[in-house]
Design a protein around this ligand. Sequence first.
Ligand code: ADP
Ligand code: MG
Length: 773
Amino acid sequence: MELHDKLETKFRLDVNQKKALQKLKIFSVADLLFHFPVRYSDLSIVKNIAELIPGEMATVYGKISKLKTKKGFRSRISMAEGEIEDLSGKIKITWFNQAYLAKMLHDGENVKLTGKVTKGKNSTYLANPEFEKLPYLPIDMHEMLFAKNNLPNSGFSYPIYAETRGITSKWFYHAIEKIFSAKGGSASGGKEIRFLDTFEDYIPSEILKKYHLPTLKTALVWIHKPKNKADAESARKRFAFEEVFCIQLERQHDKFEYRKNKSFRIEPNKKELEDFLKRFPFKPTNSQQKSIETILADMAKNFPMSRLLEGDVGSGKTAVAATATYTVVKQRPFDYALGKPQSFGNLQVAYMAPTEILATQHFESFIEYFKHLPINVGLITGSGCRKFPSKSNPNTWTTISRAQLLKWVANGEIPILIGTHALIQKTVKFKNLALVVIDEQHRFGTTQRRKLVRKDNIAPHLLSMTATPIPRTLALTIYGDLDLSLLSEMPAGRKQIITEIITPNKRSETYEKIKVELKNGRQLYVICPRIFEVDEESPADSPLAGSLSRPAGLALPLGASACETPRKRKSASDSNSLEMKSVVAEAKRLKKEIFPEYEIGILHSKMSKEKKEKVMQDFSAGKINILCATSVVEVGVNVPNATIIIIEGAERFGLAQLHQLRGRVIRSTYQAYCYIFAEAKTEKTIARLKALKTAKNGFELAELDLTLRGAGELGGTKQWGITDLGMEAIKNIKMVEAARTEAITLIEEDPELSKYPLLKAKVKQKTSEFHFE
Ligand code: ADP
Ligand code: MG
């Protein structure tokens, strides 16, 4: 057997299994070996049915039967009933209010149930148990995966893999077994050895020893076939470490590469800088001051800065970036022929924002900051270009053609260019790009960065800014290539936002409170989870779908009854979305029923740029009192007089996102309010939302989010290219720091990892899997 062997050459696979493996992206023996169990079924709390005692929570395994639905005799509530049986006995099951469950399970199926053993009038039953369908019963002796003496209550566990239709954990278990016992090493002079013994470890052995991590071979055995919990944990730790280590190696290598470039050395004039700072209508906080100093020190070096400025929403990152921008554009480009600075022109700054709204808003702020100087400011977005000042009216901006703008950027006449992603397209050429500011961009990839390096190896300084409150461990990992500055304090005079979780019965009361604030001249955001009603919504994949809307009569019968069959259950999510407030409908409702005397505007991503901008302008100017919007206003939007925000369907947003949204209303010294309207009543959801009240800042919240939610739910792979296993590592600051320290040392010693070809290959493989760019 060889690692690259295709599975179908080693296993007999039926069509369904082939399909399933393909779906899981498992093609080779190596893929299979690195498809780790997602967890181990912990059987220590498993009980024999005969031993169950009323009042306790218990897990039982068995066959289910006698499933049926009925209505409560007096209560008339719908319920599902059944029976579960194992070798020791049987017990009744009752699910109240969840009649559809009876339809999702089938008589004769193997299940794992966890619920409370409850004594009823006539019998003892398992109340509202959580269920998991099982391909087989682990405590059935024929299927025992482990030795007999490892029976329940001795901490025994068996591996559970991410499965998909057509393939089971059992299949994985046996396939891995086969691989482990295979012979291999065709190159070993005819003498056959165990395939497993042919594996070479890519992690340097000193590192494994130092952190007490098992070797690759041991870890593979322990992760798939652990004898005990400790072995399994040890193996998982190794693979988690490995993942963070590889990411760190890649990031540190990036940093090393970027620093090989030259950059423009910025030497600001102290007096001018002070004057610029004085023009702000506020005094910079100590944090802002310190960050500015650090950034200026970075930019005075002859290699490019790569810095991340992390600051909670409203901490004033824009002012810091504007100051850095000022020092750069004040400087004349260097004339290498003459060996001294030119007597004309300016170094250039590119300022990139994630949305048009934000880019436009920054453009306007920058006009304020720079209008007293002979410096042009440009704006480029997907839908048009602008320049300040206008020739005909030097107090304002004018629209210009893209071609014209590009020309002026290329010849250096526009020193400050603000924009969306359009800013870094190939066609945009700068003459002397010295600084790139990336606002609220979670990650600006290496490839994108490389594009900005000039032919003569001069690279711009890079200032990345984010308010995404992410745990420090995660920041250290995904931004491993950046130096970190923190804006740890809020501008003086900001009052803590009063945050309240509003249950449906408190709605009208809350509206009354809001009316008082509106009367005092404040403004309100209402954030809804979707744009249109379900009926109007046009799914992105079908431009025609909008006109194919279902008749209302068909779309609606989705109450509890529609959930009752498994097939229709899919539409349960539709039923939720029906209850989900939409911007368009909610704006209408508020105007009609709640706030008839106020001007209500709407804002969402499907509107044209002109419309969006008009609405934002009217809202800024106070012509619109209430802005009903989707989360498009999530990042950066700054209207200081808007001090109240309602977030509808809050359970649909992550804590970090809610915090960002709430950040819209902490931009002035007025008392701000955030009303979180939640429909969900589960304790877990409410507990999660309550964290918004208790956490002192975004960072604390992020840490909380990490502990409250399972690592898997943080969407690591999707957002940051980190697997669930890697996310486990992220919870452990010691591990992240160790991986980082080792990666830094290794890259310093051997930047290209030429002494570690296996490790180099692994890093390459991992980083390509994760699509870091
Ligand atoms: P963010 O860090 O979220 O990007 P902004 O840069 O948009 O925050 O700043 C939020 C608001 O706070 C703006 O209205 C800005 O003018 C104001 N601001 C920034 N720094 C200070 C300060 N030191 N004192 C008072 N207000 C400030
Ligand atoms: Mg901002």
